[in-house]
Design a binder for this molecule. Structure first.
Ligand code: GTP
Length: 343
């Protein structure tokens, strides 16, 4: 079996973090995001993947190349204009022809067991199967309703609380038989959620939902991106790269802590980062490589990309600072600085 990962979106809700790179490769606890879905696919024995790219494709290619370093084969299906989620799937068809295919939204972190979903799909002789997850507040999402046998009966867009008869939403994980590609018009912008799925339902083809009760999170907003870090630090996912673990703190190579600097885990301190005298890293903080926290700086529940500078005595909580950003003052909670930002 092969896979398609949708990685061509502009990630506008994560701006300015996505000014220079697509959201699919933002760092997450020591590795670009796509490391996680790639590991998930490998676990299910899927080693040939088509990335459906559009926005800043070179940045993705620079990280993943042909996939060899991660033990997979990666193809790139490039769109000149955004084709939407459905059009992007169709555009990658040539790389996955002839066998069922797993399709992933490239901004979802989930431990949904693909092997079990594939077995379910085969057992039901399904044409298309959507991975579904339960969320606490389903009013912000499109709901998917099922009958007792797991067959999809209805889609309900952003329901009111009264209408929320179910809490299962589209997880952005799909399994398609090859014939599904025939339902998508080529070379036009077309939505999987608004076009393909309602069309499948109408066609009365065997169309099922596989419900998963485990971890699921999309990283598409700064708040969700931060939350995902905290979840991983709580142990929701294994870290994708090796660190030296001391207590609950993960250290990269060549980290330097001056006298009186303190790290309280869970936290990650990336390669070559320097904590000056009295600097304090509090729980749920992740520093990339080559960061410098000057004397007395305090960080809590924050994410710093590589090469970030925190000026002396600055206190930061729940902020995200892009590559080589500089925090020169106490920033309000929720601040997001893009690459090279200074504030
Ligand atoms: P926002 O602009 O913040 O809404 O993000 P987005 O453009 O990435 O859209 P969304 O979160 O709905 O995308 C879900 C997944 O589909 C992401 O992994 C996107 O990269 C991908 N995606 C969205 N639109 C397209 C598209 O037109 N082409 C391709 N290839 N991928 C897309």
């Amino acid at each position: 079996m092969k896979a398609i990962i949708l990685v061509g979106g502009q990630g506008t809700r994560l701006r300015p973090l996505t000014d220079h790179i697509p959201k699919n490769i933002v760092p997450l606890c020591g590795a670009p995001f796509l490391h996680y879905p790639i590991a998930q696919l490998k676990k299910a024995g899927i080693k040939e993947i088509a990335f459906s790219v559009g926005y800043k494709p070179q940045a993705i290619r620079k990280v993943y190349g042909d996939g060899r370093k991660l033990g997979v084969k990666i193809h790139y299906a490039l769109e000149k204009e955004p084709l939407g989620t459905g059009g992007a799937i169709k555009n990658a068809e040539r790389f996955v022809k002839g066998s069922p295919v797993v399709v992933l939204n490239g901004d979802i972190l989930t431990d949904l067991p693909l092997k079990k979903m594939i077995a379910f799909h085969q057992r039901k002789k399904s044409k298309a199967t959507l991975g579904l997850v339960r969320v606490e507040d389903s009013t912000a999402y499109g709901l998917v309703l099922l009958d007792k046998g797991g067959r999809i009966t209805r889609f309900l867009e952003k329901p009111t609380r009264e209408e929320s008869v179910t809490d299962t939403i589209n997880a952005g994980v799909y399994l398609f038989e090859p014939s599904v590609f025939d339902l998508i018009p080529p070379k036009v912008n077309y939505s999987a959620e608004r076009g393909l799925f309602p069309g499948l339902l109408e066609s009365k083809a065997p169309f099922y939902g596989y419900v998963w009760g485990g971890y699921w999170q999309d990283i598409g907003t700064p708040r969700k991106y931060l939350t995902t870090h905290w979840d991983i630090l709580k142990g929701a996912f294994p870290l994708p790269v090796k660190f030296r673990k001391k207590g609950q703190v993960y250290f990269g190579k060549g980290v330097r802590l001056a006298k009186g600097a303190r790290v309280t885990g869970p936290a990650i301190i990336g390669d070559g980062s320097i904590l000056e005298a009295g600097a304090q890293i509090r729980p749920y903080t992740v520093l990339g490589a080559g960061c410098r926290v000057k004397a007395g700086g305090t960080l809590s529940k924050s994410v710093l990309w590589d090469g970030v500078l925190v000026a002396p005595g600055i206190h930061l909580e729940e902020v995200v600072l892009g590559q080589k950003a500089q925090a020169l003052s106490n920033l309000p909670k929720g601040t997001v600085l893009g690459d090279g930002g200074r504030m």
